[in-house]
Design a binder for this molecule. Structure first.
Ligand code: T46
Length: 139
């Protein structure tokens, strides 16, 4: 499976570091939504779904966490441990986030607003959709 991790530029000087991320330049989609999660317990697993159309970039801006990616054919685990790394997740990828450090803050840049109807929460349904390569609405 192709894993795309952006290595954002770090603008550093004696005051510290600033990481700029511009839609359409540093990441491939216009950002319509930003959300972040923190205070995630050690044994917690989040995600466990895919999206029909949503693209996202996950950035662990503080601490560390792991992301399991599954395209229906292959699985891969990525550790996010640098605040300047961004993991791109295209549509139709099952994702699970786990092994959060106590201080982890996972920020997500999303290509669309929050739409419950874009979620695929059933793994078998995801496999059918991934294998077909497209989503057959209503079937
Ligand atoms: C994803 C992974 C990486 C909202 O009201 N607005 C939002 O934009 C989001 C993302 C969530 N919510 C509500 C819905 C739930 O009541 O916040 C609550 C927690 O969301 P959820 O259980 O979907 O969180 P995760 O961590 O399982 O998944 C989230 C995203 O939902 C999902 O798109 O790819 O992070």
């Amino acid at each position: 499976m192709e894993i795309k991790i952006y290595n954002f530029k770090q603008m550093g000087d004696e005051r510290g570091t600033l990481v700029p991320i511009e839609a359409g330049i540093d990441i491939p989609f216009p950002i319509k939504r930003v959300y972040y999660m923190y205070g995630t317990g050690r044994g917690v697993r989040r995600g466990l779904h895919a999206h029909k159309t949503l693209q996202q970039v996950l950035i662990c801006v503080h601490g560390t966490c792991k992301i399991l990616l599954d395209d229906g054919n292959e699985k891969a685990i990525v550790e996010l441990n640098q605040p300047y790394h961004g993991l791109y997740i295209r549509e139709n990828i099952w994702r699970e986030m786990f092994d959060f450090s106590e201080d982890a803050v996972l920020m997500v840049l999303a290509s669309d607003h929050y739409k419950e109807e874009d979620y695929i929460r059933d793994y078998d349904e995801f496999l059918r959709s991934a294998k077909a390569g497209y989503w057959e609405d209503g079937d």
